[in-house]
Design a binder for this molecule. Structure first.
Ligand code: GUN
Ligand code: FE
Length: 446
C-alpha cells in the first residue's frame, strides 16, 4: 500500500547518454518510490487501485527527477546579477566579503535565506549544497530554513582564517577558533535536522588561499572524526591554480589531499584547471566536481573538460555558484554547460585555422547535461536520488508544456518526446514548473 501515486510522462537520464521517456505510474510510501510501472500495464492498474491518493498529471505535464545544485553561496543571493567586472580574487575582496560579513545580522539572514530557499524550490532545485558564511548563528538559520521549507540540503559554515587572503573583519580569529566553530556548527545542524535526514552539515574550507595550514589540517581531522562531507573551491582560475604551486609546490588537488580534505564525496567546485594526475587522484578518492558553467565564463579562464572527466570515471554534477553564477536554476546551468562545451569544441579565435582553434570531441548534449543535474549530482553526494525508480527517494518536478507565460510550444506534427525533452531542458522557466516534491512532500506548487 502506497501513500500516493503519480501518473505522468517521465523524462529521466539514468546514464550520461541515456534518455528515457515513458508514461508511468509511480507509487510512493514514506517518501520512497516503491514501484514504477508503464501506465498502460496491469501493474499500473494495481498501483492506482492501491493508492489512497492518485494524481494524474495528464498529457500537458511531464515529471522529471528533482535537480541538484552542487555549489551555491547562500549569502551571495543579494548580489545575483551584479558585480561581475573583476577577477575572482578582487571580486571577493571588493564585493563579496563585505556582503557576506553582513550575515552577522541573524535576523537579516533569516529574511534573505527564506526568499532564497523558496526561489530555488520554485526553480526545481530539490537538493542544494550550500556555502553559508563564517557566522554560526546565520549558518544554523540557513539549515533551519531548508528544514522548514522541506528542501534537501548540505549546509556549511565557511572556515577561513588566513590573514593574507581574508580581511580582518571577515574571518575566523585563528585556526583554533575556526575549528571549534565548525565543530559546533556540525552538531547544531545535526540537531536541527532531528533525524529526518533532510539537512546535513558539510565541512567548508573556503579555498586554500583563505585558510592556514593549521586550519586545513584540523578540518581534515574533523571530517575523519565526524564523517561529515567536505566542500571547497578547487583550481578555479589561473590565479587560484598558480597559488597552490607557489605556497605548496604542488597542485591545488594534491595539496587538498595532503590535508585529508580530498575524500569520498568531497565536492570540489569548478576544478577547471585540474591536470590529468589531479583527475586520477580525484577519481581514486571518489571526490566529485561541481561544474558551474555560467560562473566559469566570468571567473575560470577556461572551460571544464567534462567529457574527459566522465571518461576518466570522475564524479561530476552541476552547480549554480550563486552569486558568481547569474541564474538561480540548475536547468539554466544545463543549457550553459552545453553552450560552453560547444565553445570549447570549436574554439574562439577566428584567426586560427579550424583545426587549431578548438578541442575536438569535447561537446556535451542536453541528455548529458541533464544527467549531470540529476543522477550525476546524486552519485556525487551518494544519495538515492536523481532517477525516479524504486528504492530512491521521491524528489521530483512537474513541468507544464503549455503554460501561456512560458516559451515552450508543442507542435504535434513535429515534436516527439526527445524534442520535448530538449525543450524542457533548454526552455523551462519557473512559470512552467507546476509542482515540486522532496522526500514525497509537496514543497512548491504554482
Ligand atoms: N573562491 C573562493 N571563494 C569563492 C566564491 O565565493 N565564489 C567563487 N566563484 N570562487 C571562490
Ligand atoms: Fe563558489
Amino acid at each position: 500500500m502506497s501513500d500516493f501515486s503519480v501518473e505522468a510522462t517521465r523524462f529521466q537520464t539514468p546514464g550520461p547518454s541515456t534518455l528515457e521517456t515513458e508514461r508511468v505510474v509511480i507509487a510512493i510510501a514514506n517518501g520512497e518510490i516503491t514501484a514504477v510501472a508503464p501506465a498502460s500495464s496491469d501493474e499500473a492498474a494495481v498501483l492506482r487501485a492501491d493508492s489512497p491518493e492518485h494524481l494524474n498529471l495528464g498529457h500537458d505535464t511531464v515529471i522529471v527527477p528533482g535537480m541538484i545544485d552542487l555549489h551555491i553561496h547562500a549569502p551571495q543571493w543579494q548580489q545575483l546579477g551584479t558585480a561581475l567586472d573583476l577577477p575572482v580574487q578582487d571580486w571577493l575582496q571588493t564585493y563579496t566579503f563585505p556582503l557576506e560579513a553582513r550575515f552577522a545580522d541573524t535576523a537579516m539572514a533569516g529574511v534573505v535565506y527564506r526568499d532564497l530557499v523558496a526561489t530555488l524550490l520554485a526553480h526545481g532545485t530539490t537538493t542544494a549544497v550550500y556555502f553559508a558564511s563564517v557566522h554560526e548563528p546565520a549558518t544554523l538559520v540557513l539549515a533551519e530554513t531548508c528544514a522548514e521549507a522541506g528542501q534537501r540540503a548540505f549546509v556549511g559554515r565557511v572556515a577561513m582564517d588566513h590573514p593574507d587572503a581574508t580581511p580582518e573583519w571577515y574571518r575566523d580569529a585563528d585556526a583554533a577558533t575556526g575549528l571549534t566553530a565548525s565543530a559546533r556548527s556540525i552538531e547544531a545542524i545535526r540537531t536541527a535536522d532531528a533525524g529526518r535526514g533532510l539537512v546535513e552539515p558539510i565541512i567548508t574550507p573556503r579555498f586554500l588561499p583563505a585558510c592556514t595550514d593549521e586550519l586545513l589540517t584540523g578540518l581534515g581531522d574533523l571530517a575523519e572524526t565526524t564523517g561529515a562531507l567536505v566542500q571547497t573551491h578547487c583550481s578555479e582560475s589561473d590565479w587560484h591554480h598558480a597559488y597552490a604551486f607557489e605556497r605548496f609546490g604542488k597542485t591545488d588537488t594534491s595539496a587538498l589531499d595532503s590535508f585529508g580534505l580530498l575524500r569520498n564525496r568531497t565536492v570540489l567546485a569548478h576544478s577547471n584547471h585540474v591536470t590529468d594526475a589531479d583527475i586520477s587522484l580525484i577519481t581514486q578518492r571518489g571526490a566529485a566536481i561541481g561544474h558551474c558553467p555560467i560562473s566559469n565564463a566570468y571567473f575560470a579562464n577556461a572551460v571544464l573538460p567534462v567529457p574527459e572527466l566522465l571518461a576518466a570515471g570522475a564524479r561530476v554534477g552541476l552547480g549554480t555558484d550563486i552569486g558568481a553564477g547569474v541564474r538561480p536554476g540548475v536547468l539554466q546551468q544545463c543549457h550553459e554547460a552545453v553552450t560552453m562545451s560547444r565553445m570549447r569544441r570549436d574554439g574562439v579565435h577566428a584567426d586560427l585555422s579550424t583545426a587549431e582553434r578548438g578541442a575536438p570531441d569535447s561537446a556535451i548534449d542536453t541528455t548529458t547535461a541533464f544527467w549531470l543535474a540529476t543522477a550525476g549530482g546524486a552519485e556525487a553526494l551518494g544519495l538515492p536520488l536523481g532517477v525516479l525508480e524504486p528504492g530512491r527517494r521521491f524528489d521530483a518536478v512537474a513541468i507544464n508544456l503549455d503554460h501561456p507565460h512560458g516559451v515552450i510550444r508543442r507542435h504535434v506534427d513535429l515534436d516527439d518526446d526527445e524534442r520535448l525533452f530538449e525543450k524542457v531542458v533548454r526552455l523551462a522557466q519557473t512559470s512552467d514548473i507546476s509542482q515540486v516534491w522532496v522526500d514525497g512532500r509537496t514543497v512548491h506548487r504554482r
